[in-house]
Design a protein around this ligand. Structure first.
Ligand SMILES: [Zn+2]
Length: 410
């Protein structure tokens, strides 16, 4: 595997943006929007095709910016066009794309970062460079000082820059135990299994659906109140959307950190269900209520952070995992309450049961979970549950950050 996990780190720019940099942002936006038009007309989306078609003209139209920036503009336009094409295909095409916000992106050959002083040297054109002084906090220092991290692209916005740090993906460790997790609307629960140890694990993020509901209601109210003013309504709704997004992502990151620290301390492989097969229904109301977004996002965060930290993750087909009895193998037809019950006498928390099935699937498929792992499902029936995350933790700044201890409750 030669994938390189990348992490974008945002730095505020000290003071005002120099006028030359401002000029570059303006020119870049013009070039991106111009390239989008070219791409739409010629029906192409790749950077190379755009470069071939438009480079010469653009070079004449934008003589006062570095040629490499133009190529980056083609790349940005290309990804905007690809997204637009995807939206067209899925049927929810919006307006013809147009980039409003001021931004520019550049690859690592086209800028320099003084990691000691925290200064970006950004070339505008031959003989004209601007220096952007960055605000560097402790967290930024960690990235700047770690020289195993290489520099990737740089994104410049009017008030901040985003530096992509790349890392050679560490080889995942050989797992000594398994942490199998079933992801739900309000929790991610499962089992931890080691040769001599077995534990049921719970997290509870029901506040995420509460936040979603609350923001949904607020948007509804805004739409009613501002029905006469579509622009204001749109602006306020987008603001609500951004806030909702931040609140939810913050919590998802905390949940992911709790899960990953737990797994890392115990050298576990993480087993997750493969959510790819899930298709949203067309019923709008149901779609919103059962939104898969947080679940998918949580998996993305877990997978990506696991890759960064060298924690192995395996994904298994979740088919029937919530309806199968791990003891006798029979499949129940009906939806259950909070307990899974089977005619053979087996009963267990529904989510824990599903995670047991995921683990069994992973083991039976011979996936690299942990060599020769055997476990007795009965152990989970009367065991205490370990809570890795609960709503109260959202208020704390760091949860289980580096420690291995979680609260144990019965
Ligand atoms: Zn059974």
């Amino acid at each position: 595997m030669s994938v390189m996990p990348t992490r974008g780190v945002a730095f505020r720019i000290k003071g005002e943006l120099p006028p030359e940099a401002r000029f570059l942002l303006d020119e870049f936006r013009l070039a991106v929007n111009g390239a989008i038009r070219v791409g739409l007309q010629a029906k192409v989306t790749s950077r190379n095709a755009l470069t071939k078609l438009a480079y010469k003209d653009f070079r004449e139209e934008h003589p006062r910016i570095y040629a490499k920036h133009l190529v980056s503009a083609f790349e940005v336009a290309g990804s905007v066009l690809k997204n637009y094409r995807k939206r067209l295909r899925t049927g929810d095409a919006s307006r013809v794309p147009y980039v409003r916000r001021l931004m520019m992106k550049t690859e690592n050959q086209a800028y320099q970062l003084d990691r000691g002083r925290g200064v970006v040297d950004l070339p505008i054109r031959a003989g004209c460079h601007v220096m952007l002084e960055l605000e560097v906090g402790d967290c930024h220092r960690r990235y700047l000082n770690d020289h195993s991290l290489r520099l990737g692209s740089l994104t410049v916005l009017p008030d901040r820059v985003i530096v992509a740090f790349r890392k050679e993906a560490p080889r995942p460790y050989a797992p000594e135990s398994a942490l199998s997790l079933d992801t739900n609307e309000q929790s991610i629960d499962g089992v931890f299994v080691k040769s001599d140890e077995a534990k049921a694990i719970k997290t509870d993020y029901q506040e995420i659906s509460i936040i979603q509901q609350r923001h949904h209601d607020r948007r509804r109210r805004l739409q009613k109140k501002k029905a006469h003013d579509r622009r204001t309504c749109g602006r306020l709704c987008r603001r609500e959307g951004r806030r909702e997004h931040h609140r939810i992502e913050y919590r998802l990151h905390q949940v992911a950190n709790a899960v990953l620290s737990f797994a890392e301390c115990r050298k576990s492989a993480i087993v997750l269900e493969d959510l790819k097969g899930f298709k949203p229904t067309w019923n709008k109301e149901l779609n919103r209520r059962l939104s898969f977004w947080p679940r998918r996002k949580l998996h993305q965060i877990i997978e990506y952070k696991a890759q960064w930290r060298g924690i192995p993750v395996v994904k298994v087909d979740p088919r029937n995992s919530s309806r199968t009895c791990p003891i006798c193998g029979s499949i129940q037809d009906s939806r259950m309450g909070t307990e899974f019950e089977c005619g053979c006498g087996w009963h267990l928390d529904r989510h824990i049961n599903a995670s047991l099935n995921l683990l069994q699937t992973a083991i039976s498929k011979g996936l690299e979970v942990a060599g020769g792992l055997r476990f007795n499902p009965g152990a989970f029936q009367h065991d205490v549950m370990m809570i890795l995350y609960e709503p109260a933790m959202a208020a704390r700044s760091e949860l289980n950050g580096t420690s291995c201890v979680g609260a144990v409750v019965s």
